[in-house]
Design a protein around this ligand. Structure first.
Ligand SMILES: [Fe+2]
Length: 473
């Protein structure tokens, strides 16, 4: 079988080279029975011509002694052209040394002594083909292994590249993550600083409102702050949302902000001396208050509490004559807190109030008419709140207010009133401190140092500090 390119791929081809024709004939006969394709040549030159012509014998057997080219010479050249062929030399006893040379120099596998034994020769040739096949198989295996190895190496190199890339990406990702985290932290910090700033400026504004009212109606100095504190304490007992409590805090702080529109001449009069017009001006302050803060969106809810802080539980209040649950809870709480502060700060000292209290005690069979000092104050506060329940106040709010007052000690937390000359270092202001010209000198909660007091006294000489000064007890 011959491939189109002339190479005999599957056939076992053997080339015999000898200058004696009868030996070539004998050799052909020896291998007649074998399944070989047999080529013959009479000289090395002719044999090389066959090879150059495309023949590719697997086994080449050449006579050593030939006229022009010796077997060794021919086989050395044949090795150059067909390095995979198995080459053997036929030699007579006298030429053994030359045959050995050809083995060494010409890459000849073996030599065959003349005269040969046919069976041995057949076995030798058969063995040569087997060696060839084994070598080819080895080569294939080897190249297969090499290929596999190369593939593996390539795979390893690719894996290394991948790992390096992954590591790089991981590193970058990590760096990116760290940077992102930093960025987020920075921005969060910035935002929270901003929102703190906004929050602070919001509450500063509210405090400024409250300070404004304090400077306008000096006899009520600190009232808003105290009412806010009490209302907040009561509201907390009602399990309200923090936002709702904040609304109540603010509503309580600014509940009388509408009094800014009431002339001080009316504010300084006792209610029994009011004209009808004074009264209607006064009673407009809840609505005015709501309007004043109405332009601040966030104060809308506090505004509605301000509007309703003079409503009564029995529906006889103003401006809308709301009753019971129709009055917002926050407003019902502010009403009670407002009354608490009025009683605690002013009424307990009023002899007429005391007299009423003591009379009530006697008619109800109470035996507290001997109470004195703080004990008496507490009783007057409690008495007043209880008296107002169901008429002025929501009884549930009164109940919680009484508990709150008792728990917090608020009922006895009266603020001391001092004059400028009685100020002492370490005192804590319970209300903002203003000059007569309305200049805020110190905010409430300020702790007075001697240095402050000296300065206040110096200012007082030029721009009168409007008395009284409230100090925390
Ligand atoms: Fe009021």
């Amino acid at each position: 079988m011959t491939e189109p390119n002339g190479e005999h791929m599957t056939e076992k081809t053997i080339l015999f080279v000898d200058d004696e024709k009868n030996i070539l004939t004998t050799l052909k006969r020896v291998f007649m029975e074998e399944d070989y394709r047999i080529l013959t040549a009479n000289s090395g030159e002719e044999a090389l011509g066959l090879i150059d012509g495309g023949e590719n014998p697997t086994v080449i057997v050449s006579d050593q002694r030939m006229p022009q080219m010796t077997g060794a010479e021919f086989l050395a050249q044949a090795k150059e052209k067909l390095p995979n062929s198995i080459r053997m030399v036929l030699t007579g006893y006298a030429d053994v040394n030359a045959a050995m040379d050809s083995i060494n120099l010409g890459g000849v596998e073996r030599y065959i002594m003349k005269p040969w034994n046919d069976d041995e020769l057949r076995n030798t040739v058969r063995g040569a083909f087997e060696i060839h096949d084994l070598r080819e198989l080895n080569k294939e295996l080897d190249s297969g292994l090499k290929k596999k190895n190369a593939e593996l190496e390539q795979q390893i190199a690719e894996n290394k590249k991948l790992i390096a890339l992954t590591n790089k990406q991981n590193h970058e990702l990590l760096q990116f993550g760290i940077k992102l985290k930093q960025k987020v932290q920075e921005q969060t910090k910035e935002i929270s600083a901003k929102s703190n700033e906004i929050e602070k400026s919001f509450f500063d504004t509210i405090m400024a409102f409250s300070a404004l009212l304090d400077s306008h109606a000096t006899s009520y100095k600190g009232h808003g702050l105290r009412v806010s504190r009490i209302a907040s304490g009561i509201a907390r007992r009602f399990n309200l949302d923090p936002d709702e409590i904040t609304d109540i805090d603010i509503g309580a702080l600014l509940h009388d902000i509408g009094k800014l529109s009431i002339p001080t001449t009316i504010l300084e009069k006792l209610p029994e001396n009011w004209t009808t017009s004074d009264k209607s001006i006064y009673q407009a302050h809840p609505e005015t208050g709501q309007r004043i803060i109405g332009f601040i969106k966030r104060l809308e809810k506090a505004g509605s509490l301000i509007r309703s802080h003079h409503e009564r539980y029995d529906g006889k209040g103003y401006p809308d004559q709301l009753n019971e649950d129709n009055i917002p809870l926050g407003a019902r709480i502010i009403a009670v807190a407002d009354a608490c502060d009025n009683i605690i700060q002013f009424k307990v000292d009023d002899p007429a109030i005391r007299k009423v209290f003591l009379q009530d005690e006697q008619t109800t069979g109470g035996n507290d008419n001997n109470a004195e000092g703080i004990e008496l104050q507490n009783k007057i506060v409690i008495h007043h709140l209880k008296q107002g329940a169901f008429s002025l106040f929501d009884p549930d709010v009164v109940k919680e207010a009484l508990k709150y007052l008792k728990d917090s000690g608020e009922e006895t937390r009266r603020e001391k009133v001092v004059t400028i000359n009685n100020l002492a270092a370490g005192m804590v202001l319970a209300s903002h401190l203003f000059t007569k010209n309305g200049i805020l000198l110190l905010p409430y909660k300020s702790v007075l140092s001697q240095e402050y007091i000296d300065k206040l006294k110096a200012i007082h000489k030029k721009d009168h500090i409007v008395g009284p000064i409230y100090i925390r007890d």
